[in-house]
Design a binder for this molecule. Structure first.
Ligand SMILES: *Cc1c(COP(=O)(O)O)cnc(C)c1O
Length: 220
């Protein structure tokens, strides 16, 4: 079996320079994360706020922590002091809470809006209409301590490459049309899509940020 370092080197060799690698370390022990850290990795993705906060406390402070999971409003305060990017923002209510906690910490928190691109009903995210309404709303315009860097999406869990490609291409096209219109609180440069099983296809479809877990750290 390859080491975490070998996996990282291998994956990085397949990712172009302009694509950011988020090492998804959820459920993995700090010793595994430190192995990736020693190999040069500085961006880690977690899906539970408590677990991310524990790891943040324990690990070197030059790590950028990305929250990639669904966020409960009442837990935003725990990560507000240190989180570097929140991928799964899918409501105005959540954005307002992030804004409030960011203000308390005297900072601006970067966010991605999660778009529902998959066929499954169960996956979180905004549809295009909800996205347009959110970005046009006065409540959104009034926020001062958040910044939207782009969009995040997860494809349907399927072997059908055409289906996945269609969904990634759809997300990229929503991003492109957003970028073409000037919107307050936005500095659009990030399309977060692609995981261990589909990141190469995601990059072909315009991803600028891939979230890779099991191919680096092994199965969970
Ligand atoms: C777990 C997770 C990943 C990583 O999945 P792998 O298949 O292990 O690469 C990426 N994105 C999200 C939102 C996740 O929850």
């Amino acid at each position: 079996m390859n080491s975490i370092k070998q996996n990282l080197v291998q994956i990085k060799s397949t990712i172009p320079e302009h694509v950011t690698l988020v090492a998804v370390s959820k459920t993995k022990p700090v010793t595994d994360l430190m192995e990736a850290y020693e190999a040069g990795q500085r961006i880690f993705g977690e899906n539970k706020i408590q677990e991310m906060t524990d790891k943040w406390e324990e690990m070197p402070k030059d790590i950028q922590w990305h929250m990639i999971g669904h966020v409960q409003t009442n837990k935003v305060k725990f990560m507000a002091p240190f989180v570097s990017l929140i991928h799964g923002v899918d409501s105005l209510k959540l954005l307002q809470e992030i804004d409030k906690q960011a203000l308390k910490n005297n900072r601006v928190i970067d966010c991605l809006l999660q778009i529902h691109i998959a066929e499954e009903e169960t996956k979180f995210g905004l549809d295009e209409k909800e996205l347009a309404l959110l970005l046009a709303s006065e409540d959104f315009h009034n926020l001062k301590n958040i910044q939207i860097l782009g969009l995040m999406g997860m494809a349907t869990f399927t072997e059908n490459q055409n289906q996945i490609k269609k969904e990634f291409t759809h997300l990229k096209s929503i991003f492109d049309s957003l970028q073409a219109t000037k919107t307050v609180n936005c500095n659009l440069n990030t399309v977060s899509m692609g995981m261990s099983g589909d990141y190469q296809l995601a990059i072909e479809c315009g991803s600028t940020m891939v979230r890779i877990g099991s191919s680096i750290f092994g199965g969970r």
